[in-house]
Design a binder for this molecule. Sequence first.
Ligand SMILES: *[C@@H]1O[C@H](CO)[C@@H](O)[C@H](O)[C@H]1NC(C)=O
Ligand SMILES: *[C@@H]1O[C@H](CO)[C@@H](O)[C@H](O)[C@H]1NC(C)=O
Ligand SMILES: *[C@@H]1O[C@H](CO)[C@@H](O)[C@H](O)[C@H]1NC(C)=O
Ligand SMILES: *[C@@H]1O[C@H](CO)[C@@H](O)[C@H](O)[C@H]1NC(C)=O
Ligand SMILES: *[C@@H]1O[C@H](CO)[C@@H](O)[C@H](O)[C@H]1NC(C)=O
Ligand SMILES: *[C@@H]1O[C@H](CO)[C@@H](O)[C@H](O)[C@H]1NC(C)=O
Ligand SMILES: *[C@@H]1O[C@H](CO)[C@@H](O)[C@H](O)[C@H]1NC(C)=O
Ligand SMILES: *[C@@H]1O[C@H](CO)[C@@H](O)[C@H](O)[C@H]1NC(C)=O
Ligand SMILES: *[C@@H]1O[C@H](CO)[C@@H](O)[C@H](O)[C@H]1NC(C)=O
Length: 451
Amino acid sequence: MADAAKHPSINSRPPVSQLKTLHSLPETRRSSVLFYGFVFSFVAFALFSALTPSSNSSSLWFTSIFTSFSTGNSSSSSALSNFSSSVMIKKPSNGTNAGLVEKLTNCDLFDGEWVRDDSYPLYKPGSCSLIDEKFNCFANGRPDDAYCKLKWKPRGCSLPRLNGSHMLELLTGKRLVFVGDSLNRNMWESLVCILRNSAKNQSNVYEGYGRHRFRTRASYSFVFKDYDCTIEFFASPFLVQEWETQFQNGSKKETLRLDMIEKSADEYKSADILIFNTGHWWTHEKTSKGKDYYQEGSNVYIELNVLEAFRRALTTWGRWVDANVNPMKTLVLFRGYSVSHFNGGQWNSGGQCDQETEPIKNKTYLSSYPLKMKVLERVLKGMKTPVAYMNISRMTDYRKDGHPSIYRKQNLSEEKRKPPSRSQDCSHWCLPGVPDAWNELLYAELLRKQK
Ligand SMILES: *[C@@H]1O[C@H](CO)[C@@H](O)[C@H](O)[C@H]1NC(C)=O
Ligand SMILES: *[C@@H]1O[C@H](CO)[C@@H](O)[C@H](O)[C@H]1NC(C)=O
Ligand SMILES: *[C@@H]1O[C@H](CO)[C@@H](O)[C@H](O)[C@H]1NC(C)=O
Ligand SMILES: *[C@@H]1O[C@H](CO)[C@@H](O)[C@H](O)[C@H]1NC(C)=O
Ligand SMILES: *[C@@H]1O[C@H](CO)[C@@H](O)[C@H](O)[C@H]1NC(C)=O
Ligand SMILES: *[C@@H]1O[C@H](CO)[C@@H](O)[C@H](O)[C@H]1NC(C)=O
Ligand SMILES: *[C@@H]1O[C@H](CO)[C@@H](O)[C@H](O)[C@H]1NC(C)=O
Ligand SMILES: *[C@@H]1O[C@H](CO)[C@@H](O)[C@H](O)[C@H]1NC(C)=O
Ligand SMILES: *[C@@H]1O[C@H](CO)[C@@H](O)[C@H](O)[C@H]1NC(C)=O
């Protein structure tokens, strides 16, 4: 197949893709970051594969559409049902929803395929002025549009099309908060665009602090005034606290406190819906090498394996959720690892995706399930708070066509757009695009909880 011939290297890349967060490191360090990240993933993968038995054994109790992790005890399932009824006040409108919700509940939403649907995207390309320039591929001159017309179709059911007016009704009086890295910001911006399009009066949708750029400050909040609702984003790429430690000789060093939840956590712990993510920053130089970087208490580890550090950080996060988030009030979700597609190199060494206009069709070229997500699954199982896990790694893996690639900036000339003047972005997603489908999954989860 042409598809197979064209993308042979997709199959040969390491299972956990490297270096996603562009521009977060100084230019000079990038190549060593890449090198270590690359080597490390292979080593870690080999170790992990040797030690981990097949994960299929745990699949039995994944019954709901979203995997609700909990102890599997009867007490936790009753907590879950009470929680369901309290989170969503509105009852489903008659007829349409009842049967639909039933189907969604018994379906694995993450096992499926992308199908063309010309009624998509959910908002016109270029119509959402709120989107970051770097996600706004249409405005940045991307000529093809098939990537916006794909709908995620689970094997066992159909996802309802996201009805923005209905979702706004569901979110009336609520606070929905995204916490995580720039991939969660990508999802947040998608949701804001979708919902703003459906708002009764778009002049009553605004950023609460009057901000128009979302890449620097720590938190942002879109207010949907007519619905008494906010859709917020807190930048927290590790979920735990970035730190600076001072040695006795007076020298200082940046570390990552694996034992401390990130400092703004108090501000969002009482939100109605929380959507967390982390992952890509754990492939950076400091995190993947893990030398003199990870800290617990006053101890800075001379060296610590990145997967172990990731496990400890998530455990800290999980304990914080269990101790601070009220599952009767708050719906907690964790969005899994979004796959990158740097072909023929990494993001800082000529990796490309700008020729891609179609998703991967042959499953042979999908990568294996990220080790970090296996670690995450174990942590979630150990928590007492039910957490809905959005297992989106596979669905994003298909979408090598969905990234901003060279269409990251407005009004660039053809030469300026092309490498090597600029690295490509093959880790974030164009909007409209893939994160809209994550929000359709979120919508499905809200419908399910409404039961
Ligand atoms: C299950 O719930 C019972 C009380 O209902 C409790 O004693 C037991 O420790 C729980 N088991 C687990 C694995 O949480
Ligand atoms: C769930 O709600 C019912 C009725 O509102 C209550 O009797 C029950 O104790 C609650 N269960 C839990 C686990 O809170
Ligand atoms: C809801 O649907 C049921 C059966 O489909 C019907 O009997 C009932 O009248 C409906 N209720 C409303 C309020 O429409
Ligand atoms: C979308 O939701 C609104 C509000 O609940 C409803 O009036 C409308 O009929 C829905 N549209 C579709 C296409 O289902
Ligand atoms: C929309 O909201 C603005 C500002 O609150 C108000 O001035 C305007 O009249 C509203 N438009 C409609 C159609 O309600
Ligand atoms: C200060 O102490 C730390 C930790 O012992 C060491 O890594 C660092 O090199 C020292 N700095 C200076 C300037 O001696
Ligand atoms: C997928 O690719 C593999 C390897 O190139 C090939 O053997 C297989 O026939 C392909 N499957 C389909 C359905 O095209
Ligand atoms: C998530 O999806 C992957 C396939 O990409 C699968 O291997 C894994 O078991 C799934 N995890 C859960 C909890 O369903
Ligand atoms: C790009 O060009 C258009 C049309 O010339 C202009 O309206 C827009 O402001 C420019 N954008 C930037 C970021 O310079």
